[in-house]
Every structure is written in structure tokens, then in C-alpha cells.
Design a protein around this ligand. Sequence first.
Ligand code: ATP
Length: 372
Amino acid sequence: MSSYKIALLPGDGIGPETMAATELVLEQIAMEFSDLNFETISYRAGAENYRDTGVTLPDAVLEGCLAADAVLLSAIGLPDVRQPDGTEVQPTMMVGLRRAMGLHSAVRPVKLYPGAPCVLQNTGPGIDFVIIRENLEGLFASFGGGGMVGDDVATDTLIVTRKGTSKVAEYAFQLARRRSGRPADGKQIVTCVDKANVFRSMAFFRKIVNDASQSFPDIEHNAVYVDAMSLYMVQNPWDFDVLVMENQFGDILSDLGAGLVGGLGLGPSAEMGDDHALFQPSHGTAPQIAGKNVANPLATILSASMMLDWLGERHNDDSCLAAAAAIETAVAEVLAAQMVRTPDLGGASSTTEVAEAVAAAITKTPVTDTSH
Ligand code: ATP
């Protein structure tokens, strides 16, 4: 029997609803996989907590996250809850968590499931690539800093270090090894996305990705400028497998990726470090639909699948890997059936009904392909 301690951060807006839906799915997993046990501890943090207590991320919550085997977060922040300088609490909390937990690589799968709405008329041989975003440096290294010269000039500095880029590059190549390659021809390939023709920091980023590739001779690699990549993601997304890029570029392109494959309600994400990992949907708190039981829970449920996949890999736990695959297969089945879906996907089902449909579709099958 494997037991995992999971810290849950339900957060704000639709966060508690998509988290409750995901807990329902995890309970079903624990019933189906009797050798798995999840010890979940739910913590209060985020905008509502800031409004009530003046603290976004209490020390005890951070300690709980650091002590857990993994952290599952749904969504943080509310537009009407502001800090004294006028900013929202979400960036402060997320950058704080990333730095404290050393989460160097953010992972966003861009995968088109059969039955999911797609804005592209031509989906070719399919869309299934992963964006790896450097998560601690780049332009976001300037968060909390930056400079002003009087009232006329403002600056933020983009930081690229050998250590940080090596970590994210190595992670990208390792992930490519576990995947079945790009849809176009099954080639396992890492693409560095940068602006190496203009910026010294970006040329350095590309060089370090190139250096990292030497340890992975079995994986191909190439490089594409970020502006061209935003075109290719729309025109020929099936030519990509694993993309690795600077923090701000990843922030932007991963929303474009979510838009390609059904919207934010279907986009899971993971933030990986050497010792910790945090999993969350790519959407925010969508306050205008909060409390109505209509939010799409699939992004959070798929994030929980990524969490089990990470735990399974880390602890050499085949049952956990199979559980991760079972969740993804169940989500794919529910989407393909096109019966139970929330309004953002054109349906009329509730958050709870979608979670129940996914839970009902979970079956214990041997693990074959755990790639996301
Ligand atoms: P943040 O800045 O906190 O990331 P955002 O500006 O990206 O937030 P979101 O809260 O993610 O905005 O949502 C944008 C819109 O997308 C929402 O207003 C909502 O209509 C829709 N949306 C996002 N997530 C979901 C979901 N899980 N289910 C249904 N609709 C969603």
C-alpha cells in the first residue's frame, strides 16, 4: 500500500468547486486502486484569506506544502481584492510558492481530445505537444523588483542563468524520452523557442539547450523564434512534441495552446522542482461563474492525473502511474461521448455531473502509455 500526502489549496472563485469535483475523482481512484491511499489536507490561502486576515499565504500553509508529497491547487485571486500597491494577490502568492518550492519547470500539455471543441478547421494528424516554461527566471525574475527613473522611465530585467536553463532543458529532454513523439511522424523532438536573433540572453538560452541536448543523443532538437512559433502553433501544431522556453514566452504561448484545444477549462498544468511539485489548472478563478456549479472541472481533474503520474515516476509506483492513466482515459471517454459537458464546451451539465461522469468512467487497466 502506497500512501501519499497531498496538500489541497482550493483557493478562490471557482477554485473550491473544481477542487471538490477533483476530490470526488480521487476518492473513486482510491476505491478502484486499493493499494493507493491519499491523505489530503485542505488549506486556506489566497484572496479570500487575504481579505479576512491580511495574509495571502500563511507560513503554516507553506510549511504544509513543503511537507506534502505533492500540492494540488485550483485557482487563486479575485479582481476586487487588492494589496495596498493596487496589485492582485495572485502573482505574489504564486511567485512566492514557486521560489519557496524551487519549481523550475512549468509543464503545460496542449492536447486535443476527440470530442473537444477546436478552433482549427484542419487538425491534421492531431495536436499533442507540451510547453515547458522556465518558471523562476526570465522576465519574471524581476517580479517584486524593476526600477523607475523619476516618472519617465521604467525597467524590468530579464535574467537567464546557466543553472536555471540547464534544469529546464534537461527536464524537456527527459520528458521527450517518455512521450511517443510528435503527431506528424512520431519523432521525439525538443524545440527551443527563443528570440536568439535579437537578444544576448536568448542566444545564451539556446546555447544551453543545445549543450543539454548532448546528453540526449536519442532525442532530436531544433530551435524556432517565438514570433514564428505563434504562427506554427496555429498552422501546423502537429509538427511539435516538446517546446522549451523562457518564462514570459511560456506564459503567453501556453494560453494560445489552451485556446487551440478547447479553452482554459481543459488545460492542466504542473510545476516541477527537484524536490517538490505543484499541480493546477491553467485557468484563473472566473469570479463571474463562481458559486453556480457550472465551471468546467476537467482542467483540475487532468492536473490531478499529472500529479499521480509525477508521484508514480518519482516513487517507482506502477499503481500510481496506472491511476494517472485511468483518470486521463476517463476524461477522454467523457469528452468523446459528448453527453456530459459544462456550458463552456457547449453543454448544460453541472461541475458535479461532469465529475461524477469521470468517476463512473474510471476503470483499472494496466498502464500502457502515461505520456501527456
Ligand atoms: P487569471 O488572471 O486569474 O489567470 P484570467 O484572466 O486568465 O484569470 P480566468 O479566470 O482564467 O481569467 O477565466 C477567463 C474566462 O474563461 C472566465 O471568465 C470564464 O468565462 C472562462 N473560464 C475559465 N476557466 C473556466 C472553467 N474552468 N470553466 C468554465 N469557464 C472558464
